[in-house]
Design a binder for this molecule. Structure first.
Ligand SMILES: CC(C)(COP(=O)(O)OP(=O)(O)OC[C@H]1O[C@@H](n2cnc3c(N)ncnc32)[C@H](O)[C@@H]1OP(=O)(O)O)[C@@H](O)C(=O)NCCC(=O)NCCS
Length: 174
């Protein structure tokens, strides 16, 4: 499916708030589950606008309808090390498993390396999130380590894997 990325906007907030309550999505993410209301998300959005010099939060939209089906992030950008932390979620269930995650990840890496002059894009992923790990491996992220029992979710501790890709890795692949 053809997609494009654009910066998140205030009108996306109700959709994003609804995804935060969807256990299917949240259980796969590194962050812990919290109930989040619309007021909190408006503050979260304001905090993003105030920190957007070092953070990029983009909506993943279907080309055909413009519908926002997910979000993809590059956070904590460090302009000396030229590194940033990648994150993604396809919040819309119907949009998963159609190649959208892969396309959005590739578009974000193009933005990070081609526009923002990043050198290194890194991420954390739960060790039991096989689909996300396969996606990252396919795109060229390399495994860098395991933080044992780092995250408590769904009543148990889960290992956290760290992965990264460099501009030079991606240039060598294309
Ligand atoms: C993980 C996640 C980002 C992957 O995105 P996605 O769009 O579902 O993934 P893709 O469709 O690109 O790839 C998933 C599978 O669909 C297959 N696929 C790719 N293009 C396809 C297409 N056009 N039609 C059907 N299947 C396709 C891929 O081969 C892949 O197969 P595999 O998982 O067996 O290797 C998404 O499922 C998600 O947001 N999950 C919940 C939150 C999450 O886990 N975020 C990551 C936290 S680190």
């Amino acid at each position: 499916m053809d997609i494009f990325l654009r910066e998140i906007e205030a009108a996306d907030l109700p959709t994003i708030t609804a995804w935060r309550a969807d256990r299917d999505v949240v259980d796969a993410l590194v962050g812990n589950f919290r109930h989040v209301n619309g007021d909190m998300d408006r503050r979260w959005y304001d905090a993003y606008l105030a920190s957007r010099a070092n953070n990029v939060r983009l909506a993943i939209c279907l080309r055909e309808s413009g519908q926002c089906v997910g979000v993809v992030y590059l956070l904590n950008i460090h302009w000396i090390n030229r590194s940033g932390e990648f994150g993604i979620q396809i919040g819309d269930r119907a949009a998963r498993g159609r190649g959208i995650g892969e396309s959005a990840t590739r578009l974000m890496l193009q933005h990070a390396f081609g526009d923002l002059n990043m050198h290194r894009v890194y991420l954390s992923v739960l060790a039991d999130n096989a689909r996300a790990i396969r996606l990252y491996e396919r795109i060229g992220f390399r495994h860098e380590g395991v933080q044992r029992d780092a995250v408590f979710k769904c009543g148990r501790y889960i290992d956290l894997l760290t992965m990264a890709t460099l501009a030079t890795d991606q240039a060598a692949r294309h």
